[in-house]
Design a protein around this ligand. Structure first.
Ligand SMILES: [Zn+2]
Length: 150
């Protein structure tokens, strides 16, 4: 089914909605929602999950894991939307380095569109993945990348 909204608008709405499910250790911490969307119009969302005992999970990686366990091949991921609860979203950075690596190893797509979206649903910034993470790990000293070469 195709709705009247485009896939990007749907991904934004989904990320905003799932952000509300964020699990925080302290209420003052940041709720984050994320949605990856595919070339075929599917959306897989996630939210940050914190816990006191171990590593917390970021919304971006949860969205990727959601897509993975639903059988989506990374090559079919067209973009990711990330939403923050902070009012000063313009001061915040894009996905952390760990999430960039997760995105890279999953999609291997330097043209992936990465959107940062405010609580009002407006796109604050959009970058190609290659701008955000020009040298994904591991990169050889000659500039070639094992992920691309293989
Ligand atoms: Zn992260």
């Amino acid at each position: 089914l195709t709705s009247t909204f485009g896939i990007l608008e749907q991904a934004i709405n989904s990320a905003l909605g799932w952000r509300e499910h964020a699990i925080l250790v302290k209420p003052s911490q940041t709720k984050v929602g994320a949605s990856v969307f595919t070339n075929t119009g599917r959306i897989y969302s996630g939210f940050n999950i914190q816990n006191k005992a171990q590593k917390s999970y970021h919304a971006e990686e949860v969205a990727c894991i959601n897509a993975m366990i639903n059988g989506v091949k990374g090559e079919n991921i067209a973009g990711i939307v990330v939403t923050f609860s902070d009012t000063d979203i313009s001061k915040l950075t894009f996905c952390c380095d760990s999430c960039r690596q997760v995105l890279w190893e999953y999609t291997k797509n330097p043209n992936l569109n990465v959107y940062e979206v405010g609580l009002d649903g407006k796109i604050v910034s959009m970058k190609k993945f290659s701008e955000l993470y020009p040298y994904p790990y591991p990169v050889y000293q000659d500039g070639s990348n094992i992920n691309i070469d293989n």
